[in-house]
Design a protein around this ligand. Structure first.
Ligand SMILES: [Cu+2]
Length: 182
């Protein structure tokens, strides 16, 4: 029964995401797998050089509500639930989160789990390790029914490697290594 509902949920998410996903991307029902997403890919804990801690509260806010990383960084994201209700952390594009949130409204008990999500019970903490290997502006949200709609969302900025270098150059115009890069 559990397997069936998991399969059903995965199929629904696949069907939903399929509409907004990049062409050629295949969504399969099944166990958690490492899959390249526009906002990165599941990382290995031993590759994480940095830990970012977010707190989720019943006022429907994440603190902080912004994550900034450099392209290529593997980050351990620790999610603390300081509220009295279940919260979750789901990364994605705005379009995918919108679609997923709408599905949650239709199927509030839908089970969903992917490496870029964490579901955290009140008073507990969860963690995910993620490699931000693609630059861009992405979103994260709690998709529990009512929470997303109440604005329980945040932003992720992944700075491209090239931009990070030119920023460093601008700060240290006379540095030898910068000159060599030119
Ligand atoms: Cu929430």
């Amino acid at each position: 029964m559990k397997n069936l509902s998991l399969f059903l949920a995965a199929a629904l998410i696949g069907a939903c995401f399929g509409a907004t996903a990049h062409e050629g991307q295949v969504h399969k029902a099944g166990p958690v797998r490492k899959e390249q997403k526009p906002w990165g890919i599941a990382g290995d804990a031993k590759g994480a050089r940095r830990t970012v801690e977010l707190t989720m509260r019943d006022n429907m806010r994440f603190t902080p509500d912004r994550i900034e990383v450099r392209q290529g960084e593997t980050v351990k994201i620790v999610l603390k639930n300081s509220g009295a209700m279940l919260h979750e952390f789901v990364m994605g594009s705005k379009a995918e989160l919108d679609g997923h949130a709408a599905l949650m409204v239709k199927f509030p008990n839908m089970e969903h789990d992917e490496p870029y999500m964490a579901h955290v019970k009140p008073g507990e903490a969860g963690a995910i390790v993620w490699t931000f290997n693609r630059p861009g502006d992405f979103d994260f949200a709690c998709l529990m029914v009512g929470h997303y709609q109440a604005g329980m969302v945040g932003k992720i900025k992944v700075t491209p490697v090239g931009t990070a270098q030119s920023t460093a150059k601008a700060r240290r115009p006379d540095a030898r290594t910068s000159a060599q890069l030119d």
